[in-house]
Design a protein around this ligand. Structure first.
Ligand SMILES: Nc1ncnc2c1ncn2[C@@H]1O[C@H](COP(=O)(O)OP(=O)(O)OP(=O)(O)O)[C@@H](O)[C@H]1O
Length: 340
């Protein structure tokens, strides 16, 4: 089996005596893009800083290509880890042109070889031929791409990116997330990215780690997180899940929205918005509490008689009004149950 490019074993990181990352383990294979996903304050940036060597670990170990670079005894300084780093304040050097910025950290190349590497990296980020421009002559998005080119240019063994699109608007973010994935894949770059945005993580990553309060709750690909969330937090954080209490019955479960057949352990049935049907008949009468027009469909928040709320996505050719009563029913083929 090949050695992982990055491997964390039971890593804990603390500020003073407050542990903000606890017992985190995962590994990233060569060429893969991994994403740390979680709400603000869950410890993503701290973990990234520990991988970079800016924060010591109080327990566990971090290894790059099989060599331990951090453990409770100490660590290799950041500049000796061969990492590319793009942090939120991606400050470019204002007095250097793009060639100067991108070539800055490249060692062992000069003259034509260096110029070729700079051109290659600018091309990779869609800024071919702009070597002579200065940062102030570029848009914010273009500056971010230069920061990316600068980090990739020295061919780091691992690229770390913190909130790549934090200061851009939502529509642009998803588009750029796809683009960033293509750039990294084209360059054969192994990367760990941090984001609090699930769509962004889905668009970019081969593997995603969901964190909450310093703990890694689940590590897996988008499909596994979406279809088999490890617990309630992951189910709700990823893909707008609603959870409905179940009562076990012969061959299946009963819920407030009806019965479904299947097996599994857990107290809650996970429902994605496309698994709750709306119409003139069904098991439970619900009230539309809230609606959001999303283009292709409308996302309704429904209040059930028990007081429980569920989400339902319905095509926009039939519209229901806020306050309207209607029937809701289950459209679940393979039930996924969540324990707690
Ligand atoms: N230098 C520091 N000293 C003390 N506590 C810190 C320090 N930096 C971060 N923290 C605390 O550690 C916890 C994790 O912070 P961290 O920045 O890693 O979270 P995050 O998930 O990256 O959040 P965000 O998405 O908001 O950047 C938070 O409770 C934060 O307040």
């Amino acid at each position: 089996m090949s050695v992982a490019r990055l491997r964390l074993d039971s890593v804990s990181v603390a500020y003073g005596d407050k542990a903000v990352v606890r017992d985190v383990s995962f590994s990233v294979a060569d060429g893969d893009i991994a994403c740390l996903l979680g709400p603000s304050g869950c410890g993503k940036t701290t973990l990234l800083r520990a991988i970079a060597g800016f924060e010591p670990v109080v327990a566990g170990s971090i290894a790059l290509s099989g060599a331990v670079v951090s453990n409770a005894q100490g660590g290799l300084p950041p500049e000796r880890r061969q990492l590319g780093i793009v942090f939120q304040d991606y400050a470019l050097f204002p007095h250097l042109d793009l060639a100067g910025n991108v070539g800055y950290g490249v060692r062992g190349l000069d003259g034509q070889a260096l110029r070729r590497r700079i051109a290659e990296c600018l091309e990779l980020v869609g800024l071919a031929g702009l070597e002579g421009r200065y940062p102030h002559e570029l848009s914010g998005g273009q500056q971010q791409r230069v920061a990316l080119a600068r980090a990739i240019a020295p061919k780091p063994s691992l690229l770390l990116i913190d909130e790549p699109f934090s200061n851009l608007d939502t529509a642009l973010r998803e588009h750029l997330a796809h683009e960033l994935r293509q750039i990294l894949k084209a360059g054969g770059v192994t990367a760990v990215l941090v984001t609090h945005d699930q769509q962004e993580a889905f668009a970019m990553a081969d593997a995603i780690g969901v964190m909450d309060q310093g703990v890694m709750l689940q590590w897996g690909d988008a499909d596994a997180l979406y279809h088999h969330p490890a617990n309630r937090f992951v189910a709700e954080f990823i893909g707008q899940g609603s959870l409905l209490p179940v009562t076990r019955e012969e061959g299946g479960f009963s819920t407030e929205l009806g019965r479904c057949t299947g097996a599994g352990q857990g107290r809650w049935l996970l429902l994605r918005p496309n698994q709750v049907g709306l119409g003139g008949s069904g098991e439970a009468e619900a009230v539309v509490e809230h609606k959001v027009f999303r283009g292709l469909d409308i996302l309704y928040t429904l209040r059930l008689p028990s007081g429980q709320s569920v989400l339902s996505a319905a095509p926009n050719d039939v519209q229901y009004a806020v306050g309207q009563r209607l029937y809701a029913s289950l459209r679940v083929r393979e039930p996924v149950l969540v324990e707690e």
